[in-house]
Design a protein around this ligand. Structure first.
Ligand SMILES: [Zn+2]
Length: 455
């Protein structure tokens, strides 16, 4: 019965309309699957599809019907078809130095298609810097035109770009928060802290974060003594069996001579030492010397001023005369200096912990990629580059890789643990310290046994 309805639909409705109707149906099912925040918090995982772009304006408010896995199987059917069997699906593994236009020209897709996909990616900027190890899956139609493209970033993050009109694409993020698995890693310092930490199983990002946590209290190159102990409680993110490459330090102790350095992540996501004093460096609310007028607020459902479509506004706009100095709101490392056809000249800074900021439509860069910056340092001059309605700064703040409202988000203010959660924090410090000590003891016993076995 359903089958014959479907066949009937295919016979009667012209192909272009079919596509549009299917897309609408698809958009609605995505919204049906959108989990409520409560459920998200309860399960702590699950697929969280965000449909951004067309279709959102027809959204039913709250529905709770289809099973979550139906969504992933739709994508599965569409994109995971065996590429050998299907000549219209192309899978491309990204390697160093690749650009979207070079990859597209390989499949005879013109620069116009590159522009259309880049326009869809304007507010996400996921395609601007292609990372080795990521994967693109392209679906072409029988005329060789691009219909959709999936960017695989890691097991918990994919982006789907879908043709929604003759000359337009819309994007959709497919996110799976996965689960965080805890692990205690312990070791002694022999040689540099870096090498010793790596030997214990910590990755470069973990080691960088540890350095940042204690940089005001310890010079890792000079002051750390051979034989110093370290204990780290680390969480790693998994989707199924696969790690997404994301990890975070939940607690750390370094026992160096008579000095004990500690850091514990509290339930506000910020780090404090065992006494509850903040280890965060304060963040400025705006990246400017003075407060400025806001012309456009953070708004995930904004009507785009130029394209007139629903398109998220992932930042705050400050109208500024061209050449206004932009100041780093916190310490960090410059991770991107780019020139995008729509975002214009832009900078991205990775800050301590899970904070990241972006500055769009600049006229001039005052920093280079890879450079360390400190709070208040001039990083650029504002401008009007890219697709812009007038001279302004578009400022974004991301926490845990999600854009948040820079004007209202919870930012580190370098204050001690709030009074109301002080006792809970102290209890957690006690419990985790005991667990980490236990792990150190076990590791020592194990290495003693191994030594005596070797004798
Ligand atoms: Zn903006």
């Amino acid at each position: 019965m359903l089958n014959s309805l479907f066949l009937d639909f295919r016979r009667r409705v012209p192909r272009g309309h079919q596509r549009l109707m299917l897309l609408c149906l698809f958009s609605i099912s995505v919204l049906l699957l959108w989990p409520s925040p409560q459920r998200q918090a309860q399960s702590g995982m699950g697929v969280m599809p965000l449909l951004l772009g067309i279709g959102l304006q027809h959204a039913p408010q709250q529905l709770d019907a289809l099973p979550l896995n139906q969504f992933s199987s739709w994508i599965g059917d569409k994109l995971q078809t065996d590429p050998v069997e299907d000549p219209f699906i192309k899978i491309y593994n990204i390697s160093a130095g690749d650009s979207l236009s070079r990859i597209f020209s390989r499949y005879n897709l013109g620069y116009q298609t590159v522009q259309q996909v880049m326009a869809a990616d304007e507010s996400l900027l996921a395609l601007d810097v292609l990372r080795p190890g990521n994967k693109l899956t392209l679906q072409l139609d029988d005329a060789g035109q691009l219909q959709s493209m999936e960017l695989y970033i890691h097991a918990g993050k994919k982006v789907l770009y879908q043709r929604v009109a003759e000359d337009e694409f819309a994007y959709q993020e497919l996110l799976d928060e996965g689960v965080w698995q805890k692990d205690i890693l312990v070791g002694d310092v022999f040689g540099s802290f870096y090498v010793s930490a790596q030997r214990a199983g910590l990755n470069d990002a973990d080691i960088y974060n540890i350095n940042q946590l204690f940089k005001d209290r310890l010079n890792f190159a000079r002051d750390i003594q051979a034989g110093a102990q370290f204990q780290v409680l680390r969480s790693e993110n998994y989707v199924g069996e696969e790690t997404t490459g994301q990890s975070r330090i939940e607690a750390i102790r370094i026992l160096n001579r008579r000095q004990v350095l500690t850091a514990f992540m509290h339930d506000d996501g910020q780090y404090y030492d065992a006494n509850g004093d903040s280890l965060e460096r304060a963040f400025s609310r705006v990246p400017l010397a003075n407060q400025a007028r806001v012309s456009s607020n953070f708004n995930p459902r904004r009507l785009h001023p130029i394209t007139k479509r629903i398109s998220p506004h992932n930042g705050t706009d400050f109208p500024l005369p061209i050449g206004t100095p932009i100041l780093a709101p916190a310490d960090g490392v410059v991770t991107r200096i780019e020139n995008h056809p729509f975002a214009g000249k832009y900078i991205e800074i990775q800050h301590f912990g899970n904070y990241k900021t972006r500055y769009l439509h600049l006229s001039r860069f005052n920093v280079q990629r890879g450079q360390r910056v400190t709070r208040g340092q001039r990083i650029a001059l504002s401008g009007n580059t890219g697709r812009s309605t007038g001279p302004h700064l578009h400022y974004e703040l991301h926490i845990n890789n999600r854009p948040v409202n820079p004007m209202t988000a919870h930012i580190p203010l370098a204050r001690p643990v709030p009074a109301e959660s002080k006792s809970a924090f102290a209890a957690r410090v006690k419990q985790l310290t005991a667990q980490m000590d236990q792990q150190t003891l076990l590791a020592k016993q194990q290495s003693n046994t191994e030594e005596s076995a070797a004798d």
